[in-house]
Design a protein. Structure first.
Length: 214
């Protein structure tokens, strides 16, 4: 989990609303009017698209991340291209498009936003580069988006979700999980996938280690 991000500046924006979502609740649906942006304060949010009428997860958002950037587009009626759903119990700060536009006059917010957008692009690039290696992709998912819990990082043990994020089949994801378990890097416990940070680090080197931004 990244520390800081956009949470502190978001909560100081006049008009910002703090909203809580239960696991499974939609923040917004694809095609809905993009009324504003969301900054995740706690929990995990899954973002994705629809393919053949079925939802497909594409990325996660953790504390400090920005969700709903479509509301920032200079369009008469901006609409969300993807859906966003709370993967765990989640708190966000919602800022309307109008309030967000005013807040962007602050140079410090501009700097933090550019930093956040750059990290988001890098997250996608790293995940895409690991699409053919489910084990390393799973290790990266835990390393980048796992919630810290008792010195470990955890994600909901949802095979379909993890396979969709990693760009592989459920069977390939199952083999990747079993391999991580056998190597002592991860384990399953009460519906959660738990990873050991020190062990997960060994799956990355060179650019990937730098890209983790931890």
């Amino acid at each position: 989990m990244r520390k800081g991000g956009l949470v502190e500046p978001a909560k100081r924006i006049p008009g910002a609303l703090r909203i809580s979502f239960s696991a499974g609740e939609l923040l917004f649906q694809a095609g809905a009017f993009a009324a504003g942006v969301y900054v995740v304060e706690a929990g995990l949010v899954v973002q994705g698209f629809y393919r053949d009428g079925r939802p497909r997860a594409s990325l996660l958002a953790s504390p400090g991340d920005l969700v709903g950037v479509e509301a920032w587009l200079a369009e008469p009626t901006p609409r969300y291209r993807a859906f966003a759903r709370a993967l765990t119990s989640t708190r966000v700060w919602f800022i309307s498009s109008q309030d967000w536009g005013k807040a962007l006059a602050d140079p410090e917010l501009q700097r933090l936003l550019l930093d956040q957008l750059a990290k988001g692009w890098l997250d996608r690039a790293v995940l895409h580069s690991l699409a053919g290696d489910p084990k390393r992709a799973l290790a990266w998912l835990l390393w980048r988006w796992g919630e810290p819990k008792d010195s470990r990082l955890r994600l909901p043990a949802n095979a379909s979700l993890l396979a969709s994020l990693a760009g592989c089949s459920r069977s390939a994801m199952g083999k990747a999980l079993e391999s991580l378990r056998e190597e002592g890097a991860a384990e399953l416990q009460a519906g959660w996938l738990l990873g050991l940070p020190a062990a997960l680090r060994t799956y990355f080197f060179g650019e990937v280690a730098i890209a983790s931004l931890r």
